[in-house]
Each structure stands twice: as structure tokens, then as C-alpha cells.
Ligand binder design. Structure first.
Ligand code: PGA
Length: 248
């Protein structure tokens, strides 16, 4: 049985005080022994949230990580820095990074490897655009994004990672993939991994992301290959995020 995981992605929202209030409210809604819940916080607030959530079940993640270890890379944040700020996870290859900031399949794979070097668990985000879905290239896009990482890191490296399938057309749009549409791609991802390693395929958590809300989470999470969610908008409200977490 795979451990489920519900992860919030705050993106570039809120202030320090709002972030602290949100983290405190989420942590207050958890009990000792709860597992599989995390928030990806803007870099500059990570230390504050780390302090506020110490000794609670709420884990932390960065929203990206540098593709280099250290040095003259102005504006970048290394995996070691994330680790120091208490991050268990780092998103890599979020579609907003890929589409607005030029993160390529190759640089996403390098970021994945950098995170793992510091034992930060990379959360590899993959997914097709609406155009790609409509032209029936969803599976080849998934193959390309996944294989870039497998080719660089090796299949066994995926055992210590998480995948988030996020159809780009469902992110922040209020359009969720149907449960069956999501399951179909999750199953495909797991089969592609299983073709290389059944052990890794059985272990890896594959999250769904894209307009997950309190009222659709339960049905999505009930699908056999969906192990949790990566939640954007609805993670900015503690009650909604906790309801989604409790829908697992
Ligand atoms: P959304 O974002 O839940 O607001 O659609 C998901 C994401 O971008 O990870």
C-alpha cells in the first residue's frame, strides 16, 4: 500500500504574515501521527514556516530548485539551501516554470538530480497542454518528459521521487480532468515505469494536479493509480486544503 501525499503549492501568493497564518492553521488541523501532507512555500518564507511548523506533521517543499550545486548563478536557490530551510520536497518542472521561465526537459532532469544529491525528494511535474491533448499527443508528451529524467537519473532514482501529473489545461482553470481521464494517464505513467522496474512502479507516488477542490478530491483520489494531489488555488485556504487532505 502506497502512502498517500497531498501537497499544496502556494505559488507566488500571500505575504509573510499570511503564509505563517496559513501554515499555522493547517498544522492546527492535523493530529500527531498524520502523514503525507506538505506545502510548497515561496523561498523567502521557508524559514519562517519551518519555524512555525517544527514538530508538526506538515512537511515543506520548495517550488523549484537550481540545476547547479552552487556558485555564480544569480537568483537561483540550491538543493542544499532548501534542505537547510527544512524542505523535504522540491517541485521540478512545474508547467508554469516550463512555459514562462524556459525550464526544459533537460534542465528539469538536472534539477531532479541536484535535489536528490541533497536528499530532497523531487516532485517531477509532467503533463500535456490542451493543444497536445487535442492532437492526441498526450502519451508522447508524457514519455518525453518522463524519459528525460529516467535517461539522466536512471530508473532506480525514481524510487525516491514523486511524480505529479498535471494536465496544463486543468491548472488554475477550474477544469478538472475527469476521474477516468486522470486515471488513464496515471496508469500509463505507472506502466511505463513498470516496464523498466516493477519495484519502482509499485512504490512511486503519482499525484494528480489541476483544479483539485474539496468537492472533487474524493472521487479523484479513489482512482487506483492516483496517490494524492498537488493543489494550487485550494491550498491557499486552510479549511479547503485540510478537507482535501481528509478526502484521501
Ligand atoms: P490549481 O494548481 O490547483 O490551482 O489548478 C495546481 C498546480 O499548479 O500545481
Amino acid at each position: 500500500m502506497r502512502q498517500s501525499l497531498v501537497m499544496g503549492n502556494w505559488k507566488m501568493n500571500g505575504s509573510r504574515s499570511e503564509g505563517l497564518a496559513l501554515a499555522n492553521a493547517i498544522a492546527a488541523g492535523l493530529k500527531d501521527g498524520d502523514k503525507g501532507i506538505a506545502v510548497c512555500v515561496p523561498y523567502v518564507y521557508l524559514s519562517d514556516v519551518q519555524g512555525a511548523t517544527k514538530n508538526t506533521p506538515l512537511a515543506l517543499g520548495g517550488q523549484n530548485v537550481a540545476d547547479q550545486e552552487s556558485g555564480a548563478y544569480t537568483g537561483e536557490i540550491s538543493a542544499a539551501m532548501l534542505k537547510e530551510c527544512g524542505c523535504t520536497y522540491a517541485l521540478v518542472g512545474h508547467s508554469e516554470r516550463r512555459s514562462y521561465y524556459g525550464d526544459t526537459d533537460e534542465s528539469v532532469a538536472t534539477r531532479f538530480c541536484q535535489a536528490q544529491k541533497e536528499s530532497v525528494i523531487p516532485v517531477l511535474c509532467i503533463g500535456e497542454t490542451l493543444e497536445e491533448r487535442e492532437s492526441d499527443t498526450t502519451f508522447s508528451v508524457i514519455d518525453r518528459q518522463l524519459n528525460a529524467v529516467i535517461d539522466m537519473a536512471g530508473i532506480d532514482a525514481l524510487a525516491n521521487s514523486v511524480i505529479a501529473y498535471e494536465p496544463v489545461w486543468a491548472i488554475g482553470t477550474g477544469k478538472t480532468a475527469t476521474d477516468d481521464q486522470a486515471q488513464e494517464v496515471h496508469q500509463y505513467i505507472r506502466q511505463q515505469i513498470a516496464a523498466k522496474s516493477q519495484v519502482v512502479a509499485d512504490k512511486i507516488q503519482i499525484l494528480y494536479g489541476g483544479s483539485v477542490k474539496p468537492d472533487n478530491a474524493k472521487a479523484i483520489f479513489a482512482m487506483p493509480d492516483i496517490d494524492g494531489g498537488l493543489i494550487g488555488g485550494a491550498s491557499l485556504d486552510a479549511a479547503s486544503f485540510l478537507t482535501i487532505y481528509q478526502s484521501i
